[in-house]
Write a protein that binds this ligand. Sequence first.
Ligand code: NOJ
Length: 512
Amino acid sequence: MPQWLKNASFYEIYPQSFYDSNGDGIGDINGITQKLDYVKGCGFNALWLNPCYLSPFLDAGYDVQDYTKVAPRYGTNEDLYKLFDEAHKRGMHVILDLVPGHTSVKHPWFVESARAEKNKYSDYYVWTNEVWQKPAPYSWVAGMSERDGCYLLNFFNAQPALNFGFNRIDHPDWQIPYTDDRVKPVFEEILSVMRFWLDRGCDGFRVDMAASLVKNDDGHEATASLWRKARKMLDEQYPQAVMISEWSRPLEALNKAGFHCDFLLNDYKKFSYYAFRRVEGGKNKSYFCKSAHVTAKNMLKTYLPDVYGSWGNGYVSVISGNHDTARIAHTLDESELKLAYTFILTQPGVPFFYYGDEIAMRYLPQVSKEGGYNRTGARTPMQWNSSEKNLGFSTAEREKLYLDVDRSADAPCVEQQLQKQDSLLNTVKALNALRAANDDLLADGELSQVTALDNGTLFYKRGKNTYVAFNPKDKAAVVPLKLGKVLFCIGKATPRGDKTLLSAQTAVVFTK
Ligand code: NOJ
């Protein structure tokens, strides 16, 4: 297990939208490097960059055309190596997005695979034997190639699935077993992409759709066996490199597949949905909402089994959000976010913040860009300063921007929040500082005594002697804990003998 993960606090950057250093209207790698001190100043010590490789951008870069070349719109490979270097100088780590399940239709492997004549790449993708054959339950594209057959999709039409074989074989004429030599080179290619970046200073990967590799793989056993190979390679050759899965099932990803961390995504009726996202009839009713309808018990129902069931095998990653869903500020207001972020940053595991969530950037629904559709509203440019052109994101003319910035008069911005002592941004800074300074709050610090009361409060113990208590509701409530030394407080906590009175919307971290 890489040591640095123990006190890692991650910041996800969508490179298109972070900072445009050359005035062409789109964010770039040098822009990220220029803003490293900002990210570090917020207390984040690790970055995850969404795909920044050569791509036709039909899915914002998740359609990779060349795994080892930075897209010219973001800069050069040298710019990225410099980012690794500058981050390391600041004690920070950088992970890239690895997209192993599919490529772009423009990837040279696919171009070759689609040829009628058999060649080295024919089996790199999953093809049926004739164009009329499109068996359920999978999605296929027919009629786009010289080759007679349909290609299997992993996501959009321009993202053909790489061929890691099948676990259960129902069509022996074209399905290849995952253990067959014909598909082995494909995972070897992925391993060599990993080595390419690790050899150049990258610290690991967020792995896109990590569970999607082997098909007809119901319990994901076969897919897990591939990832264990990747983990073995890291353990032997790059022991400080991390792999973090987009899987959202820690019991599989951490226990079986060997990932170091697994995201808990906003899956319907799972933890994040109940904690931060539940919307009904236009109103948020999640646990951290002051008029919550979700109880802490319900919120924790899928969370605690995931955390405890994978304990010791890797870390669960709670996220503020990501580039695939409406922003968290769509469902929680600033006062609610302060409590939600206190929860995220006092949990075990490795927390992830999506750029802009630290200032409560809004979800701004708009016309789809690069396959974003309803996700586009969560991908708008970072808001640095309200007094600068395009909120400081870019000096380009408005119509040249990748996506327009939030033009509302009260759009939240970094500069303004830095000046306000109790701003959301300064709260995030304080929480990251608290986490960094307290061994009890490290990724593997024990989580115990988790208690949800009928009065809406929630509390737990971290490590040897750190307690965290919440009252997200709009009226005061008592918790049966004696208040000791307060390390951090939002709202107000007042000792009441052996108990503590928590004012409306309070979160308190203390020792006994
Ligand atoms: C998950 C990514 O987060 C998403 O943005 C992308 O569209 C799909 N995987 C396909 O790669």
